[in-house]
Design a protein around this ligand. Structure first.
Ligand code: HEM
Length: 336
């Protein structure tokens, strides 16, 4: 879906998954997410008792990977149970991101890596470990995708998992191929794991660094969580202004995709100040420069949850400047 060029085909592919990512559907997933958060809490308590040092991005990636794999094919891959939170898929992705800047100028590289003649990968001298992890991760995803495709009694009613939706008999047959399912599973895993884990890690970093921030958040959370065992619903949490500010700041300073995401107006000219941008011209902007624009976010380097409270009081709609999830028809499907 994410790399489909034709708008029409992209619309068709996105429509298959739209329902899974509505606010309603995400709210329906709350129990599953809460169960995984409880597992994470137990792991944190265990580490605290044993005085272990944890690598926070891997810890949060275990949480997000288990949520998205549960949602995709009905069963988590169990990263929250792995003793040291080792996550082979994340390691494979991390290694791939290390050559992202080269790929921008040599787009064939990504094509070659996704359908690998293995000798080319070796010849490129990619970072150690990439070859094995990437191929293994790909093979495992392929196995799960093949199982979903071969599942007896294919879905005819309301699909329960994303794989069910992608393999339902109502989906045109040419869209139900093994390679497409593997691609979609990989995109969902990558898009649903690293991004959210990074945002949670950024929040954890600033909260760990600043006692006052931590205390303010703690005081606010106590309203809906009188004890550490309380399990407030999202409907209660989303009404808390300071927590909302923490989430917005974590999103602002984790950027989402920091690379430029081009948009093309195929038939109309665009006007910007005194410039005319002819039809068919790719236009793009980096999230970093928007989120660090001091005229929008004064003192932009500062993690300042209260800027969101001040903006609400002053009637300023700061959210419209947030581009972590992109904008338009290709905007993040998982933003809710
Ligand atoms: C903090 C969390 C997240 C951030 C910052 C983020 C960011 C993004 C960005 C920047 C894009 C590209 C948008 C564009 O081209 O304009 C995108 C696309 C996408 N994201 Fe997310 N994402 C997040 C979480 C998720 C989650 C949890 C999922 C669930 C699987 C997800 C699934 C997707 C998908 C499927 C696309 C492709 C959409 C399309 O091509 O129509 N994302 N995301």
């Amino acid at each position: 879906m994410a790399s489909t060029n034709s708008h029409e085909q992209h619309r068709l592919r996105r429509a298959l998954l739209n329902n899974f990512f509505s606010k309603r559907s995400v709210m329906d997933l709350e129990e599953t997410i809460q169960a995984k958060v409880n597992m994470l809490q137990n792991r944190f308590m265990g580490a605290f008792r044993e005085k272990l040092v944890l690598n926070i991005p891997s810890v949060f990636a275990a949480l997000t990977a288990d949520v998205i794999t549960h949602y995709s094919h009905g069963k988590s891959l169990g990263y929250l149970d792995v003793p040291d939170f080792k996550n082979d898929m994340m390691e494979a992705l991390d290694s791939l991101f290390r050559i992202f800047h080269i790929n921008r100028f040599l787009p064939m590289l990504a094509v070659m890596l996704s359908r690998p003649p293995f000798w080319i990968i070796e010849m490129l001298h990619l970072p150690e470990g990439l070859f094995g992890e990437m191929i293994e991760a790909r093979l495992r995803t392929r196995k799960r995708a093949a199982d979903a495709l071969n599942k007896k009694g294919k879905t005819t009613g309301k699909p329960e998992t994303i794989f069910d939706a992608l393999t339902a008999v109502s989906v045109p047959e040419k869209e139900r191929t093994l390679s497409r399912l593997v691609d979609e599973a990989s995109v969902l895993f990558g898009a649903g794991t690293e991004t959210t884990a990074r945002t949670l890690s950024v929040a954890a970093f600033y909260l760990a660094k600043d006692k006052d921030l931590r205390q303010k958040l703690f005081d606010e959370l106590t309203q809906v969580m009188p004890s550490p065992a309380s399990q407030p619903k999202w409907a209660e949490l989303e009404r808390l202004p300071f927590l909302t500010g923490v989430i917005q700041e974590a999103l602002r300073l984790s950027y989402g995709l920091s690379t430029r995401l081009a948009r093309i107006a195929p038939t109309e000219a665009l006007f910007y100040k005194s410039f005319v941008i002819p039809p068919g011209t790719p236009v793009s902007q980096s999230v970093y420069f928007v989120h660090h624009d001091p005229s929008i976010f004064p003192n932009p380097e500062r993690f300042d949850p209260e800027r969101w409270i001040r903006a609400t009081e002053e009637g300023v709609n700061l959210r419209k400047y947030m581009v972590s999830f992109g904008k338009g028809s290709r905007q993040c499907l998982g933003m809710k």
